[in-house]
Design a protein around this ligand. Structure first.
Ligand code: ZN
Length: 161
């Protein structure tokens, strides 16, 4: 029985994510596909949309433009922070990532530049402004349980509440 991916289905898929230069950015571990509830925006919208209608065993190369992925690169997300605000014992360098608490929760930010006593911090997602290329294989498609539908997410691997 092959079920098509549509809203209310729990989809399990394996994937490899490559950037525009073909470098592997991220991939699912072998034998440990990602599971999500289709139609609930549990994964990035550009990927979710293009999985609609696929079936178990199907493979596809899905290209996602920045606006449907991690967003366009936004210069307004560059912030100047006094170096004195950082822990003194940490040696700062461009490309360094760290967590920070904001009004909208914990964010990962990247140090873009160090200019004297000022640190320029980039709060864009590391993949912002980039097209994403996913190699996707659908491992299984099943109906969501009523509880999963009510919660809007998957209860996998014995997770229940
Ligand atoms: Zn739940």
């Amino acid at each position: 029985m092959s079920e098509e991916i549509k809203n209310g289905k729990v989809v399990s898929f394996s994937y490899t994510l490559r950037d525009e230069d073909g470098n592997v950015v991220e991939q699912s571990e072998p034998g440990r596909p990602l599971e999500y509830l289709h139609g609930n925006h549990n994964i990035i919208p550009g990927l979710e949309n293009q999985l609609t209608g696929m079936k178990q065993g199907d493979t596809k190369v899905v290209k996602v433009e920045p606006k449907e992925g991690y967003g366009e690169y936004d210069n307004n997300l560059l912030f100047k922070v006094p170096k004195a605000n950082f822990p003194q014992e940490v040696e700062l360098y461009p490309g360094m990532e760290f967590q920070t608490d904001t009004d909208e929760g914990v964010m990962i930010v990247t140090i873009k530049e160090i200019d004297g006593d000022t640190v320029i911090v980039d709060a864009n997602h590391p993949m912002a402004g980039q097209a994403l290329n996913f190699d996707v294989k659908i491992e299984s498609v099943r109906d969501a349980t009523d509880q999963e539908k009510a919660h809007g997410h998957v209860h996998a691997h014995g997770h229940d509440h």
